[in-house]
Design a protein around this ligand. Sequence first.
Ligand code: G3P
Ligand code: CA
Length: 219
Amino acid sequence: MLKIGHRGAKGYVAENTLASFAKAIELKVDAVELDVHLSSDGEIMVIHDATVNRTTTETGFVSDFSASELKKLGIPTLEQVLLFLNRRCVINIEIKEATATPKVLQLIEKWVTEQHWKYNQFQISSFNWEALSMVSKINSKIAIGVLAEASIEKALAFAIQIKAHSINPYFKLLNSENVNLIHSNGFKIYTWTVNTPEDLIFVKSLIVDGIISDFPDRI
Ligand code: G3P
Ligand code: CA
């Protein structure tokens, strides 16, 4: 079962920062999950929200700042994170807006052909089905995770349609019946965001394939 650090190791260090990914590596994760948006000059930036308000000292939309301005606020580019990780774990890139998808695909292609990363070291996940359809059409070698926050059934039907690798559901949606259904359709289950000991015992009892946690050492 994969141990996946949510936004790095969000429970210990500020989310989606290089320090948070360093902490996740220290905690021996199999993978890190992170979120991406585009800067005004088209760089892929690692940040969860569409604005910088919650996680930096500035206010405004990520898409209104240049990459160099965002870097000064402590927000790394996806390339900086890849360089830092240096193939020490798998990376689950959650695309927050479909417009970032072509750039993310180009970047993965570049890192596979020029930097010795393997396709199986990347996963792309999203709640945005337009983004995931694009990934499936453009590069079938990249593992796709269909994020589900409300309906496992709808996510499963879509995963079959786009030949996804996994369903990544909110853990409270899971039960033994739908876990069996997902597995019998050939998909892995990477569930989020599981933090408390009781919730970890619950999802582990269902035999999922990976757990995404702010505290990856608890998994
Ligand atoms: O990838 C799972 C999880 O990160 C999705 O929710 O809001 O934390 O990005 P959120
Ligand atoms: Ca996320």
